[in-house]
Ligand binder design. Structure first.
Ligand code: PAF
Length: 290
């Protein structure tokens, strides 16, 4: 596996592979890799033949500077994990290297405005977040020119923003993979590393609440958002977490606000804080019980 510390070397490598007729599977990350990321890399490698990973804690998508500083970083550890799952290239860079035309100056960056799926929930609570995501993801795509790009479904709204971006750009094919969970049900996330043992145990209440809503959907055929929300709110309160939102959306048709009236299809989306750590998760309520 090769490690490039600047995007232009990675771009040269990717161009040469594409010229040689190879297909590139790309996994963009912010590092502090866990089993969820590694599953994406394994799939990229299996489906495309070449797996490329970026590790860049993108300052453009953090609306809270403390959150950016606290975000876990371990490039050497990440490289070791990636080498073990068949990754061909991992690359990183600085803001200046990713946006040389702007000299790293945010005011001179040509920002990419996200589409309508950036409205509501994460987009409302983290102003500018999806604009930062769309801007770096477009630039990462320009570096790699991937055949396929792989994203985890834990960041549900992000997957919609990225799909919209890829539709506008005309590439790449976006593959969304199910979230990986710890045996307790806690969704794997780089931010889990920031949790104390006690917070980690209490964070399980998010998945407990989501699963209870899913049971209501299936067992009691409940379709009213307020009734489905109740077990999520109760579980998160029992876990001593601070709930930011528990809302439902039609998974096939994003709306800024929760649909009014009985739901036909539903994904339940939650954001909650365990101490200083903000966690998000989601669960599809309709569809067969797995
Ligand atoms: O999901 C992430 O880790 C980031 O938002 C991404 C897609 C790598 C962009 O910085």
């Amino acid at each position: 596996m090769q490690l490039f510390r600047d995007p232009s070397s990675a771009a040269d490598w990717c161009r040469a592979e594409l010229r040689a007729g190879e297909r590139l599977g790309f996994v963009p990350t912010m590092g502090a890799l866990h089993e969820g990321h590694l599953a994406l890399v394994r799939r990229a490698k299996a489906e495309c033949g070449r797996a490329v990973v970026s590790v860049f804690v993108n300052p453009l998508q953090f609306n809270d500077p403390k959150d950016f500083e606290r975000y876990p970083r371990d490039l050497d550890g990440d490289a070791r994990l990636l080498a073990g799952v068949g990754c061909d290239v991992v690359f990183t860079g600085t803001l200046e290297q990713f946006f040389p035309e702007a000299g790293g100056d945010r005011a001179r960056i040509a920002w990419r405005e996200p589409g309508a799926s950036a409205l509501g929930l994460e987009g409302a609570l983290r102003p500018g977040h999806f604009r930062g995501v769309a801007t770096i993801v477009e630039r990462l795509f320009e570096v790699v020119r991937p055949t396929r790009a792989y994203f985890g479904a834990k960041d549900f709204q992000q997957t919609l923003v990225v799909r919209e971006l890829a539709r506008e750009l005309g590439y790449p094919e976006i593959v969304v993979c199910p979230p990986l969970r710890e045996p307790s049900g806690l969704a794997r996330s780089s931010r889990n590393e920031l949790l104390s043992a006690d917070e980690r145990a209490r964070a399980v209440s998010i998945h407990r609440g989501l699963s209870a809503a899913r049971e209501l959907w299936h067992d009691a055929r409940e379709r009213a958002p307020a009734k489905l929300r109740a077990p999520i709110v109760a579980a998160i309160a029992a876990g001593g977490l601070e709930l930011e939102y528990a809302e439902f959306r039609d998974p096939d048709r994003w709306t800024e606000r929760e649909p009014v009236g009985p739901l036909e299809r539903a994904v339940a989306l939650v954001a909650a804080r365990a101490g200083a750590v903000r966690l998000i998760d989601n669960l599809r309520l309709d569809g067969p019980l797995g």
